[in-house]
Design a protein around this ligand. Structure first.
Ligand SMILES: [Zn+2]
Length: 269
């Protein structure tokens, strides 16, 4: 299996976080990505069930690099954390040599409404999410695998868990990053990577654009490798988050080129 470290040492674009699915359009999606110059697609599973599907897809298409994880939103109250972690741990162990990363994992404290019932399940959910996140990070340390991390409204908890568990040898990507400048700085100062996707092109993302401009400042060059050296990686999170400059109907890995072009434009070149 290709290692993320060696991918980040080369000067080409790859989609560092996408969710593919098996369907008749998959060969076209893959061909369009190749034509657009996308070298690899990191395909993320969101639970232990579709981990097998991701692994099978990667077996069939060499451009796909598999990652398996448990999305925090999959941890609803009443979830049996320990049996999930057991099943997931077995899957990681069995496939450790074929995995690019562990992900998507993380913490998500966002709740769509303020109703009491929802808040109650949210508070139960938090400790379950933390247990799963810590367990998955433990596996990433045990098997020396990088991680792709989802954080929403949970930076303080997520940062302290990452700091306490993750060792410095393996890569941490904060995927779909939308945090503050201070959080961005803290992440890169820890040698973690920031995942930038189509959100950067949205009207509502003015803060994110300013934070990224402030952080990147004057770049010596705008090749993909120049960004990787600054700990910025590009992603689509397809099929969601279609960049506003995309020409495709939905979102797919070829649009990682659009995200990259948009960021280059943002820096004035
Ligand atoms: Zn995702």
């Amino acid at each position: 299996m290709k290692k993320l470290k060696s991918i980040l040492a080369e000067n080409f674009l790859f989609d560092s976080h996408a969710h593919l699915s098996d369907g008749e359009e998959l060969p076209d999606i893959i061909n369009s990505a190749k034509k657009a110059g996308v070298k690899y697609i990191c395909d993320m599973s969101i639970d232990w069930k579709d981990g097998e599907t991701v692994l099978a897809r990667a077996n069939k298409y060499p451009i796909i690099l598999p990652s398996i994880g448990i999305h925090p939103q999959k941890c609803i109250s009443g979830t049996d954390i320990y049996s999930i972690l057991n099943v997931f741990g077995e899957l990681v162990k069995k496939n450790k040599d074929n995995l690019l990363m562990i992900g998507e994992i993380g913490l998500d404290y966002y709740m769509p409404t303020g109703k009491n019932l929802v808040n109650q399940s949210a508070s139960l959910n938090k400790s379950g999410q933390k247990d799963i996140f810590e367990g998955a990070l433990g596996l990433s340390v045990e098997f020396s695998l990088p991680v792709s991390v989802h954080i929403r409204e949970a930076f303080t908890d997520a940062f302290s868990i990452l700091k306490s568990i993750k060792n410095d040898d393996e890569i941490v990507i904060l995927h779909s990053f939308t945090g503050s400048y201070e959080q961005l700085k803290k992440a890169v100062d820890n040698s973690w990577y920031i995942g930038v996707n189509g959100i950067i092109t949205y009207k509502s993302a003015q803060n994110l654009r300013e934070n990224l401009q402030k952080y990147l400042g004057k770049m010596s060059g705008l090749e993909p490798l120049d960004f990787y050296n600054k700990h910025i990686v590009f992603e689509t999170d397809a099929p969601l988050l279609r960049p506003s400059n995309a020409v495709t109907k939905g979102n797919e890995p070829q649009n990682v080129v659009k995200v990259y072009e948009y960021v280059c434009g943002l820096l004035g070149i």
